[in-house]
Design a protein around this ligand. Structure first.
Ligand SMILES: NC(=O)C1=CN([C@@H]2O[C@H](COP(=O)(O)OP(=O)(O)OC[C@H]3O[C@@H](n4cnc5c(N)ncnc54)[C@H](O)[C@@H]3O)[C@@H](O)[C@H]2O)C=CC1
Ligand SMILES: O=C([O-])CC(=O)C(=O)O
Length: 288
C-alpha cells in the first residue's frame, strides 16, 4: 500500500467558447476523528483556514466535546455523509473498526495510527477497499519518502528503529509488576522490548506507530527491527532510523518535545498531519 496523492482539482480544460479556463479547485471537506493531542491542533488550524483547499466539516469523538470544538460533533455515519476526507487521529481501534467502511463509502482516509496496519488481514482489506483512497501521515518520523524511493533500487538488508521515550508513556496493561516496577524506578535507560515492526506497534499502540510507518515505507514489516527504550531523562522523545543495503546507507534521527497533555505523542505530529492534508488538498510547492 503506497501513500499516493490524487489531484484535488481537475486539469484545466479548453471550451469552444474561449481561452483555457483556470483550474477550478474543489475544497476537501474534512471529518476529523479524535479531539485529543493531535486532533485539537489539526482541528483548530483547519477551522482557521491554515490549509488552503481543506475545510473542517465535523469532529467525531467518543467523548462529548465542549464549546471549544470549532465544528459540529457528529457520529461516524453522519460524518461520512458530509465529508470527502476522514482524518484519523484517535487510535488503532478506529482504523480497524471504520477503515474499510470509510473507503467503501468513497471517502478518502488519512491515517495517523499506522500501527493498525500490522494486522495483515486489515492491511489487505484496506489495500483492496475503495473507491476512497488510503493515505498515511509521516507522523513523528522523517526520511520515509527516501526509504520509499530506495525500494526502487532493491530491498534493504537491514532496517533498525530505536524509539526512546519517558517510561510513563510506555506503561502497558500487559506488563507484569516486575517490568512496571523497573520502569517506575529506572534511573537509566531500560530496554523495554525488541521485536519487529509487526509485533511492536500492537504492544505499544499509542506510542510506536512510527515502527509501522517505517515498515510501510520499506515495504516489509518483518525487515524492521524495533527497540523500545524507556529513559527517565528523555525529556525529548527520540526516534533513530538506521537502514542499509547494497545501494546505500541511511540514518535519520529526530528529537521531539512531547505534547504536554499527552507525552506519548510528540508535539510535531499534528503538524505532520497538517502537512499531509496540505498535500492532499493540492497546495502547490509541496514536497511530496
Ligand atoms: N504516526 C505517528 O507518528 C503517531 C501516531 N499517533 C496515533 O494517533 C493517535 C491519537 O493520538 P493523540 O491525539 O495523541 O491521542 P489522545 O489520546 O490525546 O486523543 C485521542 C482522541 O481520540 C478519541 N477517541 C479514542 N477512541 C475513539 C473512538 N473509538 N471513536 C472516537 N473517538 C475516539 C479520544 O476520546 C481522544 O479525544 C494515537 O493513539 C496513535 O495511535 C500518535 C502519535 C504519533
Ligand atoms: O509521537 C511520537 O513520537 C510517536 C508515537 O507516539 C507513535 O508512533 O505512536
Amino acid at each position: 500500500m503506497t501513500a499516493t496523492t490524487r489531484p484535488a482539482a481537475p486539469a484545466a480544460s479548453r471550451t469552444c467558447a474561449g481561452p483555457p479556463q483556470a483550474p477550478s479547485r474543489t475544497t476537501r471537506t474534512v471529518g476529523l476523528v479524535g479531539w485529543g493531542a493531535i486532533g485539537r491542533v489539526v482541528g483548530r488550524a483547519l477551522a482557521e483556514g491554515a490549509v488552503p483547499g481543506a475545510a473542517l466539516a465535523c469532529v467525531v469523538d467518543n467523548r462529548v466535546l465542549g464549546s471549544d470544538c470549532p465544528a459540529p460533533q457528529l457520529g461516524f455515519e453522519d460524518a461520512l455523509q458530509r465529508c470527502d476526507l476522514i482524518v484519523e487521529a484517535a487510535g488503532q481501534a478506529v482504523v480497524r473498526e471504520w477503515g474499510e467502511r470509510v473507503l467503501r463509502s468513497g471517502t478518502d482516509l488519512l491515517i495517523a495510527s499506522t500501527g493498525a496496519l500490522t494486522d495483515a488481514g486489515l492491511f489487505v482489506r484496506l489495500r483492496d477497499a475503495g473507491p476512497g483512497r488510503v493515505y498515511f501521515t509521516g507522523g513523528a518520523v522523517g526520511g520515509l519518502d527516501l526509504l520509499q524511493a530506495v525500494r526502487g533500487l532493491g530491498p534493504l538488508d537491514e532496517v533498525r528503529l530505536t524509539t526512546t521515550k519517558l517510561p510513563s508513556t510506555l506503561e502497558q496493561p500487559w506488563m507484569d509488576e516486575r517490568l512496571l516496577a523497573r520502569l517506575r524506578t529506572a534511573e537509566a535507560p531500560v530496554e523495554v522490548m525488541t521485536g519487529t515492526a509487526r509485533d511492536v506497534p500492537a504492544k505499544f499502540p499509542r506510542s510506536t506507530n512510527v515502527a509501522a510507518s517505517v515498515a510501510l515505507a520499506v515495504g516489509d514489516l518483518d525487515r524492521v527491527t524495533v527497540r523500545v527504550v524507556a529513559d527517565p531523562a528523555a525529556t525529548r522523545t527520540r526516534h533513530l532510523i538506521e537502514a542499509s543495503g547494497s545501494h546505500g546507507a541511511y540514518r535519520f534521527e529526530v528529537e521531539h518535545r512531547p505534547d504536554p497533555a499527552n507525552p506519548a505523542t510528540s508535539q510535531v505530529v499534528p503538524h505532520a498531519v497538517l502537512r499531509s492534508l496540505a498535500a492532499l488538498a493540492g497546495r502547490t510547492g509541496q514536497i511530496l
